[in-house]
Design a protein around this ligand. Structure first.
Ligand code: GLA
Length: 427
């Protein structure tokens, strides 16, 4: 990538602009709606979730290495520690649908499939905890899970207690087989309260707005009071079209969803599919960069036993993870769309900003793009000057820039350039 900068003629007086824009930024940064008060997910949850890669594969005879089983999760737990995932911040190892037996036990409690989870969930939790990781599990607010296993309606308190007894640390609560919108909303709220009553710290991952959206505009202020993160959009698949659909939806609805996110409660654009089969290198860079900009939970769904060094390095990129986990906890947004280029930005702690420049083109070679730095970060990111580091697709210190300068960059088709803009340190 070639980057140059040039100074332009004298513009507006930077110092007065700086004061005004700084004030605007402080006011705009005031905390939003109250979050679920369980002290969890103060930064977006990071971990691994089995669904996109392993789906509902229950045939352990035919496919012993890729069926949903205790062995799969134990192997992933081992690798999360030995291959640096835990150190990079990926802490939650999460089970999705299809872990259950088809019926509840004689006492009416949920139970794991005895063939595939011979030690039960409690023993798996012990194993996962012994590795310094946390265990996530899956259930459904309705009569059945999406794959037809027992649902939790009528059992919210009992199921919350079961999960707490098993020492589970996260619950993904799906929304299939609900009889009404009232059932959906009441169920999500009741399970949140039931988890809270167990006294155990359990991250609560919801799909409430996703199931509500076709019928009713979700009340995000309310959802944030009950959930640590919430899915808004359909399931991700291992394809560029799917990632694009999620990004388009997120940009189109940003006026509704961005401000509601913050420490304790996040919009969840679904799993990272980096390291699988469907995305090119540039498309994987785009997913990682934009999930960082969107303050999204980073829940990978891939096979840690078979992952390329390049995908691993991208997923473990500590600078990009630091943007995702930024303590200010403000979600980024699309700043503009100009032809085939989109510019996204996210405010960070210490008056820093992250900026992602996305090339929508799917033909030809890299596109040049020249950007006025004064246009970024509500006019304060680079005011009166800044230091810019390119983080993706490769790390490169771009140096010192003045407010009235421009940044020239080139972005690969379907790819993204991710920048970090910091205030110069005073010497
Ligand atoms: C729904 C969810 C997915 C996954 C499946 C499991 O489709 O949105 O993320 O949990 O159910 O059946």
């Amino acid at each position: 990538m070639v980057v140059t900068r040039s100074l332009m003629g004298a513009g507006p007086q930077p110092s007065c602009m700086l004061a005004l824009s700084f004030l605007a930024l402080v006011l705009w940064s005031a905390p939003g709606a109250r979050a679920l008060d369980n002290g969890l997910s103060l930064t977006p949850t990071m971990g691994w979730l089995h669904w996109e890669r392993f789906l509902c594969n229950v045939d352990c005879e035919a496919e012993p290495d890729s069926c949903v089983s205790e062995q799969l999760f134990m192997q992933m737990a081992d690798l999360m520690v030995s291959d640096g995932w835990k150190d990079a911040g990926y802490q939650y190892l999460c089970i999705d649908d299809c872990w259950m037996a088809h019926t509840r036990d004689v006492k009416g409690n949920l139970q794991a499939d005895p063939q595939r989870f011979p030690g039960g969930i409690r023993r798996l939790a012990n194993y996962v905890h012994s590795k310094g990781l946390k265990l996530g599990i899956y259930a459904d607010v309705g009569r059945k899970t999406c794959e037809g296993y027992p649902g939790s309606v009528g059992h919210y308190d009992a199921d919350a207690k079961t999960f707490a007894d098993w020492e589970v640390d996260l619950l993904k609560f799906d929304g299939c087989y609900c009889d009404s919108l009232k059932h959906l909303a009441d169920g999500y709220k009741q399970m949140s309260l039931a988890l809270n009553r167990t006294g155990r710290s359990i991250v609560y991952s919801c799909e409430w707005p996703l199931y509500m959206l076709p019928f009713h505009q979700p009340n995000y202020t309310e959802i944030r009071q009950y959930c640590n993160h919430w899915r808004n959009f359909g399931d991700i698949s291992d394809s560029w079209q799917s990632v694009k659909n999620i990004l388009d939806w997120s940009a189109l609805h940003q006026d509704t969803i961005v401000d509601v996110a913050g420490p304790g409660g996040w919009n969840d654009p679904d799993m990272l599919v980096i390291g699988n089969f469907g995305l090119s290198w540039d498309q994987q860079v785009t997913q990682m960069a934009l999930w960082a900009i969107m303050a999204a939970p980073l829940l990978m769904s891939n096979d840690l036993r078979h992952i390329s060094p390049q995908a691993k390095a991208l997923l473990q990129d500590k600078d990009v993870i630091a943007i995702n986990q930024d303590p200010l906890g403000k979600q980024g947004y699309r700043l503009r769309k100009q032809g085939d280029i989109e510019v996204w930005e996210r405010p960070l702690a210490s008056l820093s900003w992250a900026v992602a420049i996305r090339n929508l083109k799917e033909i030809g070679g890299p596109s040049p793009y020249t950007m006025s730095l004064a246009s970024l970060g509500r006019a304060v990111a680079c005011n009166p000057a800044c230091v810019i580091t390119q983080l993706l697709p490769v790390k490169e210190e771009l140096g010192f820039f003045e407010w009235i300068s421009v940044l020239k960059t080139r972005i690969n088709p379907t790819g993204t350039v991710l920048l970090q803009i910091k205030k110069p340190t005073l010497s």
